[in-house]
Ligand binder design. Structure first.
Ligand SMILES: N[C@@H](CCC(=O)N[C@@H](CS)C(=O)NCC(=O)O)C(=O)O
Length: 256
């Protein structure tokens, strides 16, 4: 009998067969995510799975046992049990997808969130990346600061790094029609990333400071968040007990 923390076994098959499985419809797959009970490097992945309205679940974690078995010995790892089989077998192909940003882009591609052409994909990637740079600075400067230094660190971060990001992103969003989208008139990976990073920044505002992002302060960015959050399947996820638990665990883990 397999233990509850047993990992799915990635199918060993030709690149051609694996590519066929990866190209199969997401709605026919079951996705299983291995990550710790925190937002961390999986908040966007969970949001994307919810946004895509696919069949997904979290795998039980027994990290010491699992660590040596996953591609880079770090989490997250996403497993996709597809509807595709290899020739001569009835076993569905299981894909093992690793590295948080590679997982996010994989899901972005699967859910058609990377724009409609090479230029749009570049725009998606550059606003996504710019927002990731913001998130890394936030993690380092605020989350990583000693609790007694957090108010000063956050005040500086809001006034400098965040203010610059806001100015550039608000400018682009307005130039794109101010409808809450980075590219064209639809939701892309860049939009979902921005909505997630806004959530993360607002979740971790040090006590005593005002929210630095809102419908009044950052109207164009707020529209992005509203557009993303209006997706029914994502709203269901955000209203779930597990979502609140992950937020609570994240606050507690970092002493907010
Ligand atoms: N570059 C990797 C970094 C992953 C990473 O550092 N994961 C941490 C948790 S956020 C981890 O697995 N820590 C446990 C360990 O290293 O044993 C990614 O983005 O997926």
């Amino acid at each position: 009998m397999s233990s509850p923390a047993t990992l799915p076994v990635a199918t060993k098959a030709s690149t051609q067969d694996l590519a066929k499985a990866a190209a199969s419809p997401a709605k026919d797959s079951v996705f299983q995510l291995l990550y710790f009970p925190l937002n961390g490097r999986s908040e966007l992945i969970r949001n994307l799975l919810a946004y895509g309205a696919v069949n997904w679940e979290e795998l039980p974690v027994d990290w010491p046992t699992q660590k040596p078995l996953v591609p880079f010995q770090v989490a997250p790892v996403l497993y996709e049990r597809t509807s595709v089989t290899t020739e001569g077998s009835s076993a569905p192909i299981v894909l093992e997808i690793a590295e948080s940003q590679a997982i996010e882009r994989y899901l972005g591609q699967k859910f058609n969130l990377l724009g409609g052409n090479i230029w749009e994909e570049h725009l998606v990637n550059r606003y996504f990346q710019s927002t990731d740079v913001l998130l890394q600075a936030f993690a380092q400067q605020i989350v990583g600061a000693a609790p007694e230094a957090r108010v000063d660190a956050a005040t500086k971060f809001y006034a400098e790094t965040l203010a610059k990001w806001i100015q550039i992103h608000e400018g682009h969003l307005k130039a794109n029609g101010d409808k809450g989208h980075y590219v064209g008139q639809g939701v892309t990976l860049a939009d979902i990333k921005t909505a997630q990073v806004i959530d993360r920044i607002l979740l971790l505002v040090p006590k005593g400071l005002e929210n630095p992002l809102s419908a009044t302060l950052t109207p164009s960015l707020w529209k992005v968040k509203e557009q993303v959050d209006s997706k029914a399947s994502l709203a269901v996820w955000k209203a779930s007990e597990r979502y609140s638990q992950l937020n609570g665990n994240t606050k507690a883990r970092f002493g907010f």
